[in-house]
Design a protein around this ligand. Structure first.
Ligand SMILES: Cc1cc2nc3c(=O)[nH]c(=O)nc-3n(C[C@H](O)[C@H](O)[C@H](O)COP(=O)(O)OP(=O)(O)OC[C@H]3O[C@@H](n4cnc5c(N)ncnc54)[C@H](O)[C@@H]3O)c2cc1C
Length: 337
């Protein structure tokens, strides 16, 4: 028997969309081509908060950090964490800027294998039996067997006809998805992928030079953007800035860049070396400090793509917008958490 489908109406507009039971409000709306506001679609950023004007929903993660206590007291929900149990009317932000370039779909993919990127990041490769359609910089939600929750991971490769989806995952202490990926998943295992999602994608028509700035597992979408920018005729300069804590956090960049001679890589480690040294002869400090040193006041000429831990994003955005008057529309990132 097929799942029932509910109708969700968007208050204050003529828009409505079909929502198959089991799908979240956000993803069903995006699948129907609506521009519902969102960023992480993983319960963290709060961009998809909504009011349920009418109808009943199931909240998959009532404690999700994307809602404040005040929001909760007002009965607000996150569209990325709610599934309808009846026809509904919801009130939430929407706009053409949120319409997906590639409609997100859920499909099965087979796990092919992995290889090391740094001491705690591995690249995991999957293949589906349909072309992989996404924009550089986007992410997808992985439904790993036995986890019961979705996890967002950015694609490190480019769209392709073979159906290949590559993700770079950092293993965090006690991380449940990380444990499944690093220790349990076997080649040939099937994983459901839902995507693509995300708005921090390469703007192919922007005339400015490209600057990608990554920390930790933010490397994946920045490699995808840098490699895609290399393929664009007439693109003048492509910079990739990367910050890691220690030399062991540094990838061998040339192994991951399709045209290493086209990308200027700038890397810095932030931890002071031990008395006996750590063998690092490159730059030290935080990645935003390195960026400031290298751009030397020439900030307006670039489009900035950022991915990494929230404190890194915060300090970069403040530096670019407040200290160097970079227009906010030249800075692209999806809030991670
Ligand atoms: C847009 C986006 C892109 C990302 N891209 C990458 C990437 O490319 N590489 C990478 O390594 N990491 C990425 N992350 C982080 C990644 O999704 C995981 O949070 C991280 O791998 C830790 O997961 P874990 O299960 O190993 O750790 P755990 O500590 O077991 O889980 C932590 C995470 O689980 C989620 N969570 C907790 N409870 C629930 C619940 N009840 N329902 C649903 N979710 C819950 C939260 O996202 C939380 O951050 C991204 C996150 C976002 C939002």
């Amino acid at each position: 028997m097929s799942n029932p489908t509910f109708t969700v109406r968007l208050a204050g507009s003529a828009a409505s969309f079909p929502n198959t039971a089991g799908d979240t409000l956000l993803r069903a709306g995006l699948r129907a081509g609506l521009g519902l506001a969102y960023e992480c679609s993983a319960g963290g950023c709060g961009s998809c908060k909504c009011d349920i004007v009418q109808g009943e929903v199931e909240d998959l993660w009532p404690e999700a950090p994307g809602l404040s206590a005040k929001d909760r007291a007002k009965g607000r929900r996150l569209a990325c964490q709610c599934r309808p149990l009846s026809d509904c009317e919801i009130k939430m932000r929407s706009g053409p800027e949120y319409v997906s370039t590639h409609t997100p779909v859920r499909f099965q993919a087979s796990y092919l294998g992995s290889r090391a990127v740094t001491r705690d990041i591995r690249e995991f490769r999957f293949r589906a039996n349909q072309p992989a359609r996404f924009a550089p910089g986007q992410y997808a939600l992985l439904d790993l067997p036995g986890l019961g929750q979705l996890r967002a991971y950015s694609m490190s490769n480019l769209a392709n006809e073979a159906g290949d989806w590559h993700f770079m995952v950092r293993q965090v202490p006690q991380g449940r998805a990380g444990k499944l990926l690093f220790e349990t998943l076997q080649p040939g295992d099937s994983v459901a992928i839902d995507g693509p999602l995300g708005l921090a994608q390469l703007r192919p028509d922007a005339p400015r030079d490209v600057v990608c700035i990554a920390g930790g597992s933010g490397l994946a979408p920045m490699l995808s953007i840098a490699n895609a920018a290399c393929l664009q005729p007439g693109r003048r300069s492509i910079g990739l800035f990367y910050g890691g804590r220690s030399p062991a956090d540094m990838p061998v960049f040339n192994d991951w860049l399709a045209e290493p001679q086209r990308v200027q890589v700038h890397a810095a480690v932030s931890t002071e070396p031990p008395p006996e040294g750590d063998g690092w002869t490159g730059e030290r400090g935080f990645v935003h400090e390195l960026l400031a040193r290298r751009l030397q006041g020439n900030f307006a000429a670039h489009d900035y793509y950022l991915a990494g831990p929230p404190p890194m994003i915060e300090v970069l955005v403040r530096m670019l917008v407040v200290d160097h008057q970079v227009p906010a529309e030249h800075i692209h990132y999806d809030r991670f958490f």
